[in-house]
Design a protein around this ligand. Structure first.
Ligand code: NDP
Length: 283
């Protein structure tokens, strides 16, 4: 069935646009956009993500700085490092790679990042700006979902969008971004009654739950657009929160896992960074 949303292709287009803007900014102002990633400890998955971000920066022609701190780093040491990176004029976007070791306060570290260098768009400042419709960095994964919907010409104005999940990094900002696009938005979570009944009213259904294949055919209206944010590791490989085989025949468009939303996250991180660099140049 030809109803797949090709996240790799859309992400490649976003990254090519970022590379073009990076070159233009550098040619015209001498400013080279730079992204810094601070990683604490040796979580293997995080190391892979950080290596991918580093590679993506280089492909976009950006400056990339990777700072590795030992697992026993204290909160004060982490804050001092965040402050040092924030003060570096060669850096326009920065992130602290999650998860942090358990002894560290994630929210305190995150909110230490000044909003104008927040490449993940996850600080309280960035969230507040999203909710009050002020310009600022957008949370990467949910903004990537909107980019996919736009790339495939999905009509959002007046559509009923149902978001399953209300986390700070995906569900909540996703709902606000859909609202900004004039969707009528319903948010579901673990206490929602009759999840299939609500989900099956959706024109656009976004699943961000973290439960493998939880969204079945009973949750999907014929002709709905289904965006699966979930990344779950099963012995047989990666799968999403949507039961892809059951849902694909009913969907008008659907993202696969992998190859759907996943590739968009890094692309949007680069986009936030070039936008921050352009802002720093007064553009
Ligand atoms: P969280 O665990 O933070 O949030 C999960 C949400 O799902 C919560 O709001 C929870 O509700 C809700 N939920 C849990 N069980 C049910 C249920 N039975 N019925 C309805 N709602 C339920 O996860 P994240 O938002 O961080 O991530 C969600 C998924 O997206 C994960 O698979 C994650 O790996 C993936 N992800 C993918 C990214 C990408 O780049 N593609 C980036 C980030 C995340 P409640 O609030 O009531 O507990």
């Amino acid at each position: 069935m030809d109803n797949l949303i090709d996240g790799k292709a859309v992400a490649a287009k976003v990254r090519a646009e970022v590379a073009e803007r990076t070159k233009k900014l550098h040619d015209e102002t001498g400013i080279l956009a730079g992204l810094a990633v601070i990683i604490v400890g040796e979580d293997p998955a995080s190391q892979v993500y950080v290596a991918n971000k580093h590679k993506a920066c280089h492909e976009a022609g950006m400056h990339s700085l990777e700072i590795v701190m030992p697992a026993e780093t204290t909160q004060d040491e982490l804050h001092a490092q965040i402050d040092a990176v924030a003060a570096d004029p060669a850096i326009h976007g920065m992130i602290v790679q999650m998860p942090l070791p358990d002894h560290l306060d994630t929210d305190a570290a995150l909110n230490r990042i000044p909003f104008d260098k927040d490449a993940d768009g996850l600080t309280a400042d960035a969230m507040g700006r999203l909710m009050t419709l002020q310009p600022g960095p957008l949370p990467c994964t949910p903004a990537g979902c909107i980019e996919l919907l736009k790339a495939y010409g999905v009509e959002m104005k007046g559509a009923h969008a149902v978001v399953v999940g209300r986390s700070e990094i995906v569900g909540k900002p996703q709902a606000h971004l859909l609202l900004k696009e004039d969707c009528t938005v319903t948010i579901c979570h673990s206490r929602t009654k009759d999840l299939p009944g609500i989900c099956s009213q959706a024109d656009i259904l976004v699943a961000a739950v973290g439960r493998p294949k939880m969204i079945g055919a009973d949750c999907v209206k014929d002709g709905a657009v289904v965006i699966d944010v979930g990344i779950n590791r099963l012995p047989e490989g990666l799968c999403g929160d949507v039961d892809f085989d059951a849902v694909q025949p009913k969907a008008k468009l659907i993202t696969p896992v992998p190859g759907g939303v996943g590739p968009m996250t890094i692309a949007m991180l680069l986009k936030n960074t070039i936008e921050a660099a352009e802002r720093s140049a007064g553009r």
